[in-house]
Design a protein around this ligand. Structure first.
Ligand SMILES: [Zn+2]
Length: 72
């Protein structure tokens, strides 16, 4: 497969792109797709168990959200 740059992690990848859960149109690498799924899962889990969600996780996801917003 052709090399392409994932807009989320900025890595050059060759995997099949997936659609971001954040805007339902951005094409991101499979690793980032997994990250988003894990993020959502962790948020749900944190809410359930009233745990503190790691701030660095939120910051990273927020950066991507801002980018998604500016592009679309
Ligand atoms: Zn990526």
């Amino acid at each position: 497969m052709k090399e392409w740059k994932c807009p989320k992690c900025k890595k050059i990848v060759t995997c099949f792109p997936g659609t971001s859960r954040r805007d339902n149109k951005s094409k991101i690498c499979s690793e980032c797709c997994t990250d988003e799924a894990i993020f959502d899962f962790q948020v749900a889990l944190a809410k359930q168990k009233k745990k503190i969600f790691p701030q660095n996780f939120i910051d990273l996801e927020r950066e991507w959200l801002i980018e998604v917003d500016t592009n679309g």
